[in-house]
Design a protein around this ligand. Structure first.
Ligand code: ZN
Ligand code: ZN
Length: 314
């Protein structure tokens, strides 16, 4: 399962409807956060996001994306999670240039110290964080600050194994199935050799989620989002305020939708909505859907599940 939970969807300052930015991504039981605006820990409680996470990825260090980290770390230091008396599991904070200095300051606020190791990793555009089943890559964005966007790309999966055909060929369910599935030809007791091509379909693409952070609509973002299953793009303003968007290094709903259309993504979620718009922001939605139909406006607590292309309910 791959799911996004929008913890904060407003720009600049919290409102009654929208907290400031944070997005939780949960994949196969693992949780990570992207940005951590003020009040994120309470939003996690409210919307049922696990505190057993090991990573926070920051797009940049404007305070509406950052100020929640101090309180969240203090709370993690008090909780009994990971089955221990107090947390011992390390936490890693990733961010663009300045991460080391700014996040160290944020962690040192207050006189308490957290008792678990916290590692800070500065990332450049184009860097890759490698994991067993997916990679997180960064790409340059443009926002009058040191900023990066993130793309989570799952590795290609094995092709589909055909159990009926395996039984037909006289291969009993067991370790042989696993070996064939992983690409190994196997010899049966009667001397026949079965090759994976007989039982395993073509490799299947993993899922990709792209998170823009605060940015103008830029080519590097469009390229990073090419063919993505889900693009989460900021849309601080409507096209009426495009001059203001340019001036402040943000995007309009139309600009975000044009990026989604040009990149050929499957779905677009608009977030980081200015406080000047209502909860439903109908003008932003209409504007975006004119350029890209598969658009929704994020609201706090919204969950989006990302399915494999061509697989319903998977
Ligand atoms: Zn912001
Ligand atoms: Zn910003």
């Amino acid at each position: 399962m791959l799911k996004l939970t929008f913890l904060g969807t407003g720009a600049a300052c919290p409102t009654l409807d929208r907290n400031v930015t944070s997005i939780a991504l949960t994949r196969e039981g693992e949780t990570m956060l992207f940005d951590c605006g003020e009040g994120t820990q309470r939003q996690m409680m409210r919307y049922g996001v696990s505190f057993t996470f090991r990573d926070i990825f920051f797009t940049h260090f404007h305070s509406d994306h950052l100020l929640g980290v101090t309180g969240l770390l203090r709370t993690l230091g008090l909780l009994n999670i990971f089955g221990e008396e107090v947390r011992r599991e390390p936490l890693t904070l990733y961010g663009p240039r300045g991460a080391q200095r700014i996040l160290t300051q944020a962690m040192e606020l207050g006189i308490e110290r957290v008792k678990f190791p916290v590692e800070i990793v500065e990332l450049k555009p184009g860097d890759r964080v490698r994991r067993d089943e997916y990679d997180i890559t960064t790409f340059p964005t443009e926002h009058r600050a040191d900023t990066i966007g993130y793309a989570l790309t799952e590795h290609t999966r094995l092709g589909r194994f055909n159990p009926e055909k395996a039984l037909e060929l006289g291969i009993p369910e067991g370790p042989l199935w696993g070996r064939i599935h992983k690409g190994e030809p196997v010899e049966l007791p009667d001397g026949r050799v079965v090759t994976p091509a007989e039982l395993v379909g073509p490799p299947r693409a993993g899922r990709t989620v792209v998170i823009s952070g605060d940015t103008r609509p830029v080519d590097s973002l469009r390229e990073a989002a090419r063919g993505a299953d889900l693009l989460i793009h900021e849309a601080t303003f409507s096209q009426v305020d495009v001059a203001r968007a340019i001036e402040t290094g943000h995007s309009t709903a139309l600009e975000a939708a044009e990026i989604a259309a040009a990149a050929g993504v499957r779905r677009l979620v608009l977030t980081h909505i200015s406080a000047r718009y209502s909860r439903e922001a109908p003008e932003l939605l209409a504007e975006a859907r004119g350029a890209f139909q598969e658009t929704v406006i994020a609201r706090d607590g919204m969950e989006i599940e990302v399915r494999y292309e061509g697989e319903s309910g998977a």
